[in-house]
Design a protein around this ligand. Sequence first.
Ligand SMILES: Cc1ncc(COP(=O)(O)O)c(C=O)c1O
Length: 342
Amino acid sequence: MTIDLRSDTFTLPSREMLETILTAELGDDVWREDPTVARLEALAAKKLGKEAGLLVTSGTQGNLCSIMTHLNHGDGVVLEAECHTYLNEAGGLTSIVGAYPFLIKGKNGLMYPKDVEAILTRPYNIHFVEPKLLCIENTHNTGGGAVIPKGNIDTLAKIAHENDVAVHIDGARIFNAAVALGIPAASLVENADSVQMCLSKGLGCPVGSVIVGTEEFIHRARKNRKIVGGGMRQAGIIAAPGIYALNNMIDRLAEDHLHAKLIADELKAQVSNIKIKPVETNLIVIDLSETPWTAQEIQDRFESNGIKMGSMGKYLLRMVTYFGISREDVDKVLATIPEIFQ
Ligand SMILES: Cc1ncc(COP(=O)(O)O)c(C=O)c1O
């Protein structure tokens, strides 16, 4: 069996999770008559300490609907330069929302308050776009699964709110961040106005994300979801696994973090000149530029041993642990390392 470390999006639902679909009470959710969806939305809102939630098809749709709801056409949005919403969501924030991106270079995804403040406090000038939204990604994907700590979010949110700017968190992996920090997710995002969290990826669901915020925000986001074709009918078949995941799949993320750390530590011990971003959660980003190999060469060698991994550039490899990557799989990867890097 292949060990697939390309992404946590390759996760498969457990039998227990799938069984929740068979007994889910269903209805037409566009009419707000699917009780399972309503239960999931309330549960997600509770877990993240917000008033209301909205089931969406994906992280991309969740970020898009959130940004659409916060902004008017032509408003500015401040984002970290390597964030997923800017780089990997097909440009929906410009082509659909008509938002103008202000990019801030961060350190492994973390934005320094002084850089955000410099943009948000510019005096009115007829030539300038006005920023109305700040987006923070947590954990940060290209930052190597880096956790953005609560202190940084709170400081950025204070600056934003003092300047009439809303805060959205792309929390595709927000529960990974909360588990790594050892604090409740609700506390981590308490100063954000909206959050997008993925049920897929680390939580192991086959599909879906939830956005959360105030009742009023979610009411408007629901209309925007309809506009982008995300009004779903008997969506309880998606929501039931989501409820299962929020009740059963959060604490176990610590296991994925441990597995990622074991692999990273072994790589560092065995391979000279390899550089690895600090492993804080379930992602391992490996820089091979000072070794004799390219990412493709190492990917090919691992693949001939039944192990798949992703690449993020000529010398950058990415491995991701998740539900379905067992301790035995990790041991197999560890055992393969010496023969790959020779
Ligand atoms: C940080 C982040 N945000 C958003 C997304 C988009 O999620 P989806 O693939 O469900 O659209 C991803 C996907 O990997 C992600 O890593």
